[in-house]
Design a protein around this ligand. Structure first.
Ligand code: ADP
Length: 191
């Protein structure tokens, strides 16, 4: 089993890198942001509620997220070697809950990979993504809020995984392939 948390501020490349890693390591890609955006597109009850947070750059409540995670963790079967968690956990409470859920199914997380990228580069990436993504949270006002929320609520998750000896920082600057090579090497080094 290989359960990886891909971590970092909005725009650091979590989604892009996850898509490459799932093929290489046969992992199930679980992006809480993607699941929420599908709910929004389908105008479900969850989607409507989630949109009211996402469009303001706020985190959606932990309880909503935990339900989605529990379903994913429990549905994992032998088609995959494990899960890549992308955009989750985003609070220390979510991290505690994740560890508990993994424990309950007799598994655990193995590594948290943080993609480090300076703020000015994150803002540039998100603004240019906003030109084509159609995401209503990729504009300067909401981006600033998302970065603020990241620093206040999400960054503390790093300390949590440091204390479990599972924290690996990776330089997120460079080409997609360069960053991918660094991540693959870091995962290979675990074994
Ligand atoms: P990004 O990393 O670029 O912000 P995501 O797709 O991961 O993009 O998340 C988009 C938004 O969805 C977040 O700003 C937040 O409002 C919501 N969201 C995603 N994952 C979580 C989570 N684990 N907990 C709370 N809110 C979340």
């Amino acid at each position: 089993m290989l359960n990886v948390i891909i971590f970092g501020a909005p725009g650091c490349g979590k989604g892009t890198q996850s898509a490459l890693i799932i093929d290489k390591f046969k992992l199930k890609h679980f992006s809480t942001g993607e699941v929420l955006r599908k709910e929004i597109d389908n105008k479900t009850e969850i989607g409507v509620e989630a949109d009211s947070y996402i469009s303001r750059g706020q985190l959606v409540p932990d309880e909503m997220i935990n339900k989605m995670v529990a379903q994913t963790v429990q549905s994992l079967n032998s088609t995959y070697n494990g899960i890549i968690f992308d955009g989750y956990p985003r609070t220390v409470k979510q991290a505690e809950e994740l560890e508990k859920m993994m424990n309950e199914v007799g598994s655990s997380t193995h590594v948290l990979v943080e993609l480090t990228v300076p703020d000015h580069e994150l803002i540039n990436r998100l603004l240019s993504r906003g030109l084509t993504s159609g995401r209503n949270d990729d504009n300067l006002e909401v981006i600033s809020k998302r970065l603020e929320v990241y620093g206040a609520k999400t960054a503390p998750v790093i300390e949590f995984y440091k204390s479990l000896n599972k924290y690996v920082p990776i330089d997120g600057l460079g080409s997609i392939e360069e960053v991918n090579d660094r991540i693959v090497k870091a995962i290979d080094d675990l074994y």
